[in-house]
Design a protein around this ligand. Structure first.
Ligand code: SAH
Length: 216
């Protein structure tokens, strides 16, 4: 379920002028971006800006990604609908909600409890039921649920952790930012047996991936 038609026109404009206009073609991704009410995932003080073409603060020093980047990463995962996906960095839960429409099941990990609680409340209120959330350090992945057909990182490590690559299914894709602040690249790693094919997709600016659970 979802069916929250508030601000539908703004979402349609967002998809047309920010996302389709920049070359995103996957119809399932465009539809998902039209359906998920992004304004519910941002703090009320930023709600008027929810459909603008930039990232927004979500509290705890973190940000919800620019709509185009969410769509770009979703498309880069090449999902057909029957995949098991792991997301590192639930944050607001917005990307999680978009992915829930594109895959069979989404497992999502967040290290900040306040953000995870908030994301859980919104996802439940939209009756999105194919998502499982966990408070943990995403550097370890989610071994019990592996292998994953796709893994998405919403925060940037210096190098892609090999633990995560080992949790990919054969043929699976990991899409995420990598590198230090100011010099990050969005990469896609595709698993072929014990080999990984790497592609650089885009220059990006994400919050850093941090170890351990947050104290606050
Ligand atoms: N896709 C999210 C983006 C959130 S920002 C959204 O749509 O809102 C990235 C998130 O990654 C932050 O919430 C941050 O706390 C989280 N994060 C950073 N390092 C992490 C780690 N090691 N494990 C889990 N989450 C992590």
């Amino acid at each position: 379920m979802i069916a929250n038609n508030e601000r539908q026109e703004e979402r349609d404009f967002m998809v047309r002028f920010q996302i389709a206009a920049r070359g995103i073609r996957d119809k399932r991704v465009l539809n998902a971006m039209r359906r998920i009410p992004r304004h519910l995932f941002v703090p009320s003080s930023y709600r008027v800006e929810a459909y603008e073409d930039y990232p927004l603060p979500i509290g705890s020093g973190q940000t919800i990604s620019q709509p185009y980047i969410v769509a770009f990463m979703a498309e880069a995962l090449m999902l057909k609908g029957d995949e098991i996906v792991l997301e590192i960095g639930t944050g607001s839960g917005y990307q999680t909600a978009v992915l829930s429409l594109l895959a069979k099941k989404v497992y999502s990990i967040e290290r900040i409890a306040a953000l995870l609680d908030n994301a859980r409340t919104i996802l439940e209120s939209l009756e999105i039921s194919n998502v499982e959330l966990r408070l943990a350090d995403g550097f370890y992945g989610w071994e019990e649920k592996a292998p994953f057909d796709a893994i998405i990182l919403s925060a940037a490590p210096f190098d892609i952790p090999s633990v995560l690559l080992q949790q990919l299914a054969d043929g699976g894709r990991l899409v995420g930012p990598v590198g230090p602040l100011g010099a990050q690249t969005l990469v896609r790693m595709t698993r072929r047996g014990q080999r990984f094919h790497s592609e650089a997709l885009l220059d990006v600016a994400f919050v850093p991936m941090r170890s351990g659970l947050s104290e606050v």
